[in-house]
Design a protein around this ligand. Structure first.
Ligand code: C2E
Ligand code: MG
Ligand code: MG
Ligand code: MG
Length: 291
C-alpha cells in the first residue's frame, strides 16, 4: 500500500504519466469487454504448395470487430495491447481459439494445420511450455503436430538461449515452429543453427519487390538456399501476383501465402475456398519446368 501511495504521489507531479496510465486502464477495460463480447476473432489465410495447389495449412490472424470502428487489423491495436501488458491474456485467447477451431474442424473430418503468431512476451512467460501442454490436453482431438508457432526473427534473437530452450521443449510436445518475417533481423547462420524451427517465412517486403529490385531478389534467393542448407522449409509471404509465384518456383521455393492465393478469411469460409480454389496454369507450368 505504501508503494501504491508513493506512486500516486509521483503522478501528481507528472501529468504525462497520469495520462499514459489512464490510457492503459482504458485499453485494459476495452480489451476485457472485447473479449467478453466476442469482438475478437481469428481469420485464416491459406498456405499452399504452388506445385500441386494443395493447401498445406493456414495462418491464424487476429481481428477485432470493433462496435464503432469496424474490423480492425493488428497494426491498429496490437502494440497498444502489448504495452498495456495484455500480451499474455491475448496470446492465451488466440491459442485457445485456434485450438478450438482445429478441434471443430477435426469433428467434421478435416485435419487442418494451423500456424499461430506468438509474441515474444508470451513465449518468454514463465511456464509457457506447461501452459501450452495444458491447452493441448484440453483439445485431445488436435494433434500437436498440426500446430505451428510463428515467432518473429527479430524477437527470437533478443534472448536466444531462453527462446531456443522453449522451442526445444515445445518441439518435444510435437509442436512446430516458424521464424516469421525472416530476413528483417540478423539472419545469422549461428542464430539459425540455435533456433531449430521447421519453417523460414520470407518477409513480404522482399517478395513484393523482388521482381524489380535485385537486392531484394538476392535476399529471397539467399533465404531459400539458407533454408535448404539447414533442412528447413522456406515459405514466401506476401505473394500478391502470379509473377511472384512463378519466380519463387524458379528459385526453388514452392510454399506460399498471399493475396494472389487468398486473403485472410473467417474460419467458416475456409472449406469452401479450399474446394473451389484452382492452381493457376502459370504455376503448374513453372513447377513442371523447374522440377
Ligand atoms: P505476419 O504474421 O507476418 O502476417 C502476415 C500479414 O501479412 C498479415 O497481416 C496478412 O493479412 C498480411 N498479408 C497476407 N498476404 C498478403 C499479401 O499478399 N500482401 C500484403 N501486403 N499483405 C499480406 P495482418 O493480419 O494485418 O497481421 C499483421 C501482423 O500482426 C502479423 O504479421 C503478425 O506479426 C501480427 N499478428 C497477427 N495476428 C496475431 C496474433 O494472433 N498474435 C500476435 N502476437 N501477433 C499477431
Ligand atoms: Mg505470421
Ligand atoms: Mg510475416
Ligand atoms: Mg509481419
Amino acid at each position: 500500500a505504501a508503494k501504491q501511495a508513493g506512486k500516486s504521489c509521483f503522478r501528481l507531479f507528472d501529468p504525462e504519466h497520469d495520462r499514459a496510465s489512464r490510457n492503459q486502464q482504458e485499453q485494459i477495460k476495452r480489451f476485457s469487454s472485447a473479449l467478453e463480447n466476442g469482438e475478437l476473432r481469428l481469420h485464416y489465410q491459406p498456405k499452399v504448395d504452388m506445385r500441386s495447389g494443395r493447401m498445406i495449412g493456414a495462418e491464424a490472424l487476429l481481428r477485432w470487430q470493433h462496435p464503432e470502428q469496424g474490423l480492425l487489423v493488428p497494426g491498429q491495436f496490437l502494440s497498444a495491447l502489448e504495452s498495456a501488458d495484455l500480451a499474455l491474456p491475448l496470446g492465451e485467447w488466440v491459442l485457445g481459439e485456434a485450438l478450438g477451431q482445429m478441434a471443430s474442424w477435426e469433428a467434421q473430418g478435416l485435419l487442418i494445420n494451423i500456424s499461430v503468431n506468438i509474441s515474444s512476451q508470451h513465449l518468454q512467460q514463465r511456464d509457457f511450455v506447461g501452459r501450452l501442454r495444458h491447452l493441448l490436453t484440453a483439445h485431445p482431438r488436435v494433434a500437436p503436430s498440426q500446430l505451428t508457432l510463428e515467432i518473429l526473427e527479430t524477437s527470437a534473437v533478443e534472448d536466444m538461449a531462453q527462446v531456443s530452450q522453449v522451442i526445444q521443449a515445445c518441439r518435444a510436445l510435437g509442436v512446430s515452429f516458424a521464424l516469421d518475417d525472416f530476413g528483417t533481423g540478423y539472419s545469422s547462420l549461428t542464430y539459425l543453427r540455435q533456433l531449430p524451427t521447421e519453417e523460414l517465412k520470407i518477409d513480404q517486403s522482399f517478395v513484393r519487390d523482388m521482381l524489380k529490385d535485385r537486392d531484394d531478389r538476392a535476399i529471397v534467393e539467399g533465404v531459400i538456399s539458407l533454408a535448404h542448407t539447414f533442412g528447413r522449409q522456406a515459405i514466401a509471404e506476401g505473394v500478391e501476383t502470379l509473377e511472384h509465384g512463378v519466380l519463387l518456383l524458379q528459385l526453388g521455393c514452392h510454399l506460399a501465402q498471399g493475396y494472389a492465393i487468398a486473403h485472410p478469411m473467417p474460419a467458416e469460409q475456409l472449406l469452401a475456398w479450399q474446394n473451389s480454389w484452382m492452381l493457376p496454369d502459370e504455376w503448374a507450368r513453372a513447377a513442371k519446368a523447374s522440377a
